[in-house]
Design a protein around this ligand. Structure first.
Ligand SMILES: [Ca+2]
Ligand SMILES: [Ca+2]
Length: 431
C-alpha cells in the first residue's frame, strides 16, 4: 500500500526472511557454539536466531526455526529466578549463568519432549526439568480487543501467573501490562510493545504458568525492580533488572504528486475543455478526484485513524470491525455515502465512505511491480511481505492491497500470492 512503502520496509524484509525459514525450510548456517555464553547475560536479549543456539535441533527443526516457545520459556525461567540446584542438575549445567534456550531445548530433546517438527509434546515437561515451574493452563483469551487482552493478562499476572502468548503462530513472553500497553520479550525481535510488532485478531492462545517468583512489578520507563521473595524469613535478595527500551521513530514521508493534465481545445470549436485531475500516490495508485457521487468499487482508508465497519447501514452502535489506515475495501453498493463492503460471505459490513478515498480503476500493473513505479525492487518485496503478514489479522472484507496490486504480486503467475512469490522476488531483488 502506498504509505507502507517505506515505513515498514526493513521490518517487512526481516519478516519475509523469518517467514521463509518457517515456510520453505531455508536453514541458515550457524557457526557459534552453544556454550559461548557470557556470564550474567541479560535474558532480554535472548533471540531464537542467536547463532550460539540457533542450530540446536528440536526433532526435525531447530531453535532458530521453531524455538520461540522454548526461548520464551527460557526467558521466563531466568526472569522468575526458577533455576534451583535440581533444575541445574536436570539441565546438565553447574551455574545459572550457563543457562540459555539451547540448554533447555537439549533438555527437552533428552526427555523426548518434542514431537516431530519441534512442537512441545507435553505441558508437564517443563516441571520435570525445572521443578520450580508449574504449568497451569493452555487456553485462549476471551477478548478480541487490545484493551480486553491487556486486562486479561494483567489479571493473570496480578494473580502471580507468568503468561506466554501466541501472536499469530509465534510465542512471546509477557513482561508487564500498563494500561492497554502489553510489554513483551520477543524471541524474534527487539520490539517491547506487543502491538507495535503484532496485530492480534483476538482470542489468541496463551500459556499460564507459576514459577518460583511471580512476575516482577513492571516499570516501562526502563528499570524494573525484582524483589525475590524467599522461602524463609531470613534473607531477601533484591535484584535490579534493567530493561533496555529502544524506541524507533519511523518517519513516513508521503509524496503526493499532483499531475494536472489540461486538455485545451486547439481549435475554436464549441467543444468544452475538460480538465481531469489525477493524483498519483507513491505506489502509483490513482485516485479520481472528479468523482463526487459515491460509486461502487475499491476504496482505501487514506487517513491516519481506523474507520468503523457496522452491521447495519445506519453505521451506529459498536463497529463489527475496522478498516485500518491504508486498508482497502471493495464496495458493492452505495446508499448515499454509506457503502456495503464485500466479504468472504458477500457481506462484511457497512462503512461511511466519506472517510475513505476512491481508487480509480487502474491500469493493470506489470507483473511483480506492486507499487506501480515501473521497477521490481525491494519496495515491492516489502509490500508483499506486509501483505502476507496482514492476512493473519485483517478483518473480513479488508485488504492491504487493491485487486490490481494483488494481481501484480502473483509474480510466478500461479494464481496465488504466497511464499512461492516471495522466493521469486528474492531471486530477482537480491541477486
Ligand atoms: Ca515497483
Ligand atoms: Ca504466485
Amino acid at each position: 500500500m502506498q504509505t507502507t512503502e517505506k515505513k515498514g520496509i526493513l521490518k517487512s524484509i526481516l519478516g519475509i526472511l523469518t517467514a521463509l525459514i518457517f515456510l520453505v525450510g531455508i536453514n541458515p548456517l550457524y557457526s557459534g557454539k552453544i556454550n559461548e555464553i557470557s556470564a550474567a547475560e541479560d535474558y532480554h536479549t535472548w533471540r531464537q536466531m542467536d547463532p550460539r543456539w540457533g542450530n540446536v535441533s528440536m526433532n526435525g527443526t531447530t531453535v532458530a526455526k521453531s524455538g520461540c516457545l522454548i526461548t520464551s520459556l527460557s526467558i521466563m525461567a531466568r526472569a522468575s529466578d526458577s533455576l534451583d540446584s535440581k533444575a541445574l542438575e536436570n539441565l546438565g549445567i553447574s551455574r545459572v549463568d550457563d543457562f540459555n534456550p539451547g540448554i533447555l531445548a537439549n533438555a527437552y530433546t533428552n526427555r523426548g519432549g518434542f514431537s516431530y517438527g519441534g512442537a512441545i509434546a507435553s505441558w508437564g515437561t517443563i516441571s520435570q526439568i525445572i521443578p520450580q515451574i508449574t504449568f497451569v493452563r493452555d487456553s485462549y483469551f476471551n477478548s478480541y480487543t487490545q484493551s480486553g487482552i491487556a486486562s486479561e493478562i494483567k489479571a493473570m499476572m496480578d494473580q502471580g501467573l507468568h503468561v506466554i502468548v501466541n501472536v499469530n503462530w509465534h510465542w512471546v513472553y509477557i513482561e508487564g501490562v500498563v494500561g492497554n500497553d502489553i510489554y513483551m520479550i520477543d524471541p524474534a525481535s527487539d520490539t517491547v510493545l506487543l502491538y507495535d510488532e503484532y496485530q492480534l485478531s483476538g482470542g489468541n492462545e496463551y500459556w499460564a504458568l507459576t514459577c518460583k517468583n511471580p512476575p516482577a512489578p513492571f516499570n516501562p520507563s526502563g528499570t524494573s525492580t525484582t524483589t525475590t521473595t524467599t522461602e524463609t524469613t531470613t534473607t531477601t535478595t533484591t535484584e535490579a533488572t534493567t530493561t533496555s527500551t529502544t524506541t524507533t521513530t519511523a518517519t513516513t514521508t508521503t509524496t503526493t504528486t499532483e499531475a494536472t493534465t489540461t486538455t485545451t481545445p486547439e481549435t475554436t470549436t464549441t467543444t468544452k475543455a475538460t480538465t481531469t485531475t489525477a493524483v498519483t500516490t507513491t505506489t502509483g495508485r490513482l485516485i479520481d478526484t472528479t468523482v463526487t457521487a459515491m460509486q461502487t468499487g475499491e476504496y482505501f482508508n487514506s487517513g491516519t485513524a481506523k474507520i468503523g465497519m457496522y452491521d447495519s447501514s445506519d453505521c451506529t452502535g459498536e463497529p463489527v470491525s475496522y478498516v485500518i489506515p491504508d486498508g482497502v475495501v471493495n464496495v458493492r453498493e452505495c446508499i448515499g455515502t454509506i457503502g456495503h463492503i464485500a466479504g468472504a460471505d458477500d457481506f462484511a459490513g457497512w462503512i461511511d465512505l466519506s472517510g475513505m478515498t476512491f481508487v480509480k480503476a487502474e491500469m493493470p500493473h506489470e507483473k511483480g511491480d506492486i507499487n506501480g513505479d515501473g521497477k521490481i525492487d525491494m519496495y515491492d518485496l516489502g509490500l508483499l511481505g506486509e501483505y502476507l503478514n496482514s492476512l493473519a489479522y485483517m478483518p473480513d472484507g479488508v485488504s492491504m492491497l487493491t485487486a490490481c496490486e494483488i494481481k501484480a504480486a502473483d509474480i510466478n503467475g500461479d494464481g496465488k500470492v504466497n511464499s512461492g512469490d516471495v522466493l521469486v522476488y528474492l531471486i530477482l531483488v537480491c541477486k
